[in-house]
Design a protein around this ligand. Structure first.
Ligand code: ADP
Length: 579
């Protein structure tokens, strides 16, 4: 587009200039001609007025003055009648009063007119001046054909036109050259801009040949580099934000004022059983089914900016408890963007709290039973002054049994809390030990009870088998398991203890032929104070803490405990310790 515009401007200027110049030349020529005709008219006037009686033989006088010049002289009276003429017979000539040059001369001015003479068939120039200087009665007119002038002008026009054509071609070529000079870098620039807009910001605008284009290219390249920096900054910030959000344990949801999800992190998507991809851009009620949470979002959006807090329960397969915080989101200028909701999964805390409450209740209950019997027996002894020694003994026995029970419970509770403290604060001390030695020591501790029930404890463990563990704790765990195996078996049965390996663990199995355990109890078997048959357990002197202690001990060793059992067939508890 640049070249045609250039060419048009150049040609229009050229045409205008040529037109103006030729007009000026033509005017100059004609003015000069008119001036020369006026000069002749004045001379003729002087000659005529020289004679006092000039009207006589005026025709002859004029003819003489004309001599052989190509000029034509005419004298016209005020009424337009031609008095004398050098070229025509005056009587045959029409009235000249309406001719413009004659009219001007009668008014005392110089009259000029250029027109085509049909009589002479030529383009003529007429000039007229008043004959009399005072009172104008007649007018003298001089005329001449201007065909020769027009011919001369035509030849000038021709030369001007040729020059015009030459200049026009030159101008066209120059325009083409200049526009190409400007267009090339412009095209480069526009190509580069397209590259930038298509995302290729590593592209660079080539340097132009002119200073202006070079600085334009520099500015464009600087702009692209700046954009790259900004985009990098922006994406780094975004990545950081995303990384922070996705690594948060708390669920975060940002919604706009129309409750459309702007952002949601992995944790929140997990809580809501959805994915980040499926939630962003959707309305919150399309993703969230929990009406309490939906109400909370709406409440946060219509709040006055205070931070809201609520406890919300999600009832799905399992109950989940959330502590939810909500704040309104505003930008730096205070314009409202929506709301930010933060979800804290407090299910574990709640469970721990309920375990703690249950534990306190259980401990109180467990302690209450022996204390009640101790108190009752002591009161009976105190109030009734019993004479019968046998009766006294019975009550004293109850008191001793109760005290033993209290002692056992407190002893178990203390060892539980000791193990807990040890495994929480420091790593427990572990050394290489021979499994057979530890088993033998545990069996020895339980020997008395086993003998009471005539239960045979059989050990099958290679002498050399070693593992790293805390000797005292593992012995305690084994004592608890062997003690249970004896407690929950009929008389004359056997208990089998064996060692082995299983998937990176050293195992010690304590198998009995006792009452067995129904599968439904397995999940809760290792909880504190969980007992299948409370009465039987108590009768056997159980506290309900034995297996909880075993579990704590193996977990402190980063191991695990498993159970296999069938009612009336027997049970097998296996300790797994890392090799
Ligand atoms: P307790 O002091 O009552 O024995 P434990 O924690 O050692 O408490 O055991 C919890 C419960 O598991 C017991 O009350 C008993 O019902 C059951 N149990 C544990 N070991 C065995 C076993 N070897 N055979 C059958 N039941 C067992």
């Amino acid at each position: 587009m640049l070249y045609p515009s250039y060419l048009a401007i150049t040609l229009i200027s050229l045409v205008a200039f040529t037109w103006y110049a030729t007009l000026q030349i033509e005017n100059l020529y004609l003015e000069q001609k008119a001036e020369s005709l006026f000069e002749h008219a004045r001379i003729v006037r002087e000659v005529i007025l020289d004679k006092s009686d000039w009207t006589n033989n005026i025709q002859d006088t004029l003819t003489r003055l004309k001599n052989e010049s190509a000029l034509r002289f005419t004298i016209i009276a005020k009424n337009g009648t031609v008095l004398a003429d050098t070229d025509e017979k005056p009587d045959e000539m029409e009235n000249h009063a309406d001719r413009p040059e004659i009219k001007a001369a009668y008014k005392g001015n110089r009259g000029t007119s250029t027109r085509y003479s049909f009589t002479l068939e030529q383009e003529m120039m007429y000039v007229a001046i008043p004959l009399e200087k005072q009172e104008i009665k007649n007018v003298i007119r001089v005329s001449q054909s201007i065909n020769s002038i027009l011919a001369a002008l035509n030849s000038i026009y021709m030369r001007i036109f040729i020059a015009f054509a030459g200049i026009a071609v030159f101008a066209a070529m120059m325009s083409l050259f200049v526009s190409t000079l400007i267009q090339r870098p412009l095209k480069e620039l526009s190509k580069s801009m397209k590259e930038f807009s298509s995302g290729n910001l590593d592209h660079r605008v080539p340097q132009g040949r002119t200073y202006e284009f070079s600085s334009l290219a520099d500015s464009a390249n600087e702009m692209a580099a700046e954009l790259v920096n900004r985009i990098e900054d922006y994406s780094r910030q975004k990545n950081e934000q995303d990384a922070i959000l996705s690594s948060m344990i708390e669920g975060v949801i940002a919604v706009d004022t129309n409750e459309r999800i702007l952002k949601i992190n992995n944790a929140a998507a997990g809580f809501l059983n959805t994915s980040v991809k499926n939630s962003v851009g959707k309305l919150i009620h399309e993703t969230v089914r929990n009406s309490e949470l939906l109400d909370f979002v709406a409440e946060t959006l219509s709040s006055n900016g205070d931070r809201l807090e609520r406890n919300i329960v999600f009832k799905e397969d399992t109950e989940k408890y959330f502590q939810v915080h909500g704040t309104r989101l505003t930008d730096q200028n205070g314009v409202e963007l929506g709301a930010l909701i933060v979800l804290n999964d407090v299910t574990r805390l709640r469970k721990l709290e309920s375990i703690r409450k249950d534990f306190v209740a259980n401990v109180s209950h467990e302690l209450k039973t022996p204390i009640t019997s101790i108190k009752a027996s002591a009161e009976t002894l105190f109030d009734n002054h019993l004479e019968d020694e046998a009766q006294k003994k019975d009550f004293l026995n109850i008191i001793i049994k109760g005290a033993d029970r209290l002692y056992a419970i407190i002893e178990d509770l203390l060892s539980l809390s000791r193990i807990e403290q040890q495994s929480e604060t420091t790593e427990i001390e572990m050394d290489e030990h021979l499994l057979a030695d530890s088993i033998e020591a545990a069996v020895k501790t339980c020997e008395k009870r086993a003998k009471e029930k005539n239960i045979d404890v059989k050990v099958k463990c290679p002498k050399s088998r070693k593992a790293a563990y805390n000797e005292h704790l593992i012995e305690q765990a084994l004592v608890n398991l062997i003690d249970n195996a004896i407690k929950y078996s009929e008389k004359d049965k056997s208990v089998h203890i064996s060692c082995g390996n299983d998937d990176g663990y050293v195992t010690i199995e304590v198998r009995d032929e006792g009452f067995g355990i129904d599968e439904e109890h397995f999940p809760r078997l290792f909880e504190r104070f969980y007992r299948i048959d409370k009465a039987r357990s108590r009768n056997m002197g159980g506290t309900g803490l034995g297996l909880a202690i075993v579990k704590h001990i193996v977990e402190a060793h980063r191991g695990k405990i498993t159970v296999e059992s069938r009612p009336k067939k027997g049970s097998a508890f296996t300790l797994h310790l890392p090799e």
